[in-house]
Write a protein that binds this ligand. Structure first.
Ligand code: ADP
Length: 220
């Protein structure tokens, strides 16, 4: 069964969610107060509607309660974002994801019961900061304040060594969960298979442990 989504606010963030959900075969209603934005999505979304979502009756008439998941991607207008979220909550929408503009906004959204609060600018900033400080780190995903998943490219210090030799679990408390080798992804890496130059290691662990490992790799 296809899930039904509604995306409110068709800026860069909301717009890219609409496109991506459609690509995944989902049904998406795209909503914005701005007619031009809505027109842009008329041929992309399952349905595109001009509406001010701070008006409870408007949301009721759209049958918003029947959607599985509503994403509020109203950008700068924090007041409208909060009001829309409160109304969605009151109408009994089951899953609500809201984009927060700043920490204060995030706090309020959590208080009023948004199920997921996302903070894309802050998170992307942190992500980028992680891979610009280290030439070996290709990508970074924060799991919590202390734990992350990082992608590290194999340099000449690691190339030719096996996971047994590196023994990262005992030495650093981190786990190499997969290896990307060209187009192949090895999900259960063999302990005795030597790493190759330019392999990408997907590592999970505490930030402090991952940093120790990175430093060791770089200082060789
Ligand atoms: P981004 O930072 O993701 O590009 P924008 O601030 O450009 O976000 O986009 C937010 C969108 O939300 C705009 O297209 C704006 O018209 C829409 N929007 C703002 N207030 C409302 C509202 N009350 N109801 C519906 N859509 C709204």
């Amino acid at each position: 069964m296809k899930s039904e989504f509604a995306v409110i606010g068709l800026g860069r963030f909301g717009g890219s969610i609409v496109r991506s959900l459609i690509e995944q075969g989902m049904e998406v209603m795209a909503i914005d107060i701005n007619e031009e934005r809505v027109n842009e999505f008329a041929s992309v979304a399952t349905q595109a509607v001009i509406a001010d979502t701070t008006d409870e009756n408007v949301l009721k008439n759209l049958g918003i309660r029947n959607f599985d998941h509503v994403i509020v991607a109203i950008g700068d207008n924090i007041q409208s974002s909060i009001l829309t979220t409160i109304i969605l909550k009151e109408l009994g929408v089951e899953h609500i994801t809201v984009k927060a503009q700043n920490d204060y906004h995030e706090k309020v959204l959590r208080k009023i019961g948004a199920d997921h609060v996302v903070h894309p600018e802050r998170d992307m900033g942190r992500r980028i900061a992680h891979y610009i400080v280290s030439t070996n780190v290709l990508d970074y995903l924060e799991l919590s304040e202390e734990y992350s998943i990082v992608e590290v490219i194999v340099n000449d210090f690691l190339a030719g060594r096996t996971l047994v030799e590196l023994d990262v679990r005992a030495k650093y408390g981190i786990n190499i969960v997969a290896i990307k080798r060209g187009k192949e992804i090895i999900v259960s890496p063999m302990a005795n298979d030597p790493l190759q130059m330019n392999d990408i290691l997907i590592i999970i662990g505490a930030d402090t442990d991952i940093n120790r490992f990175e430093k060791k790799m770089l200082n060789q």
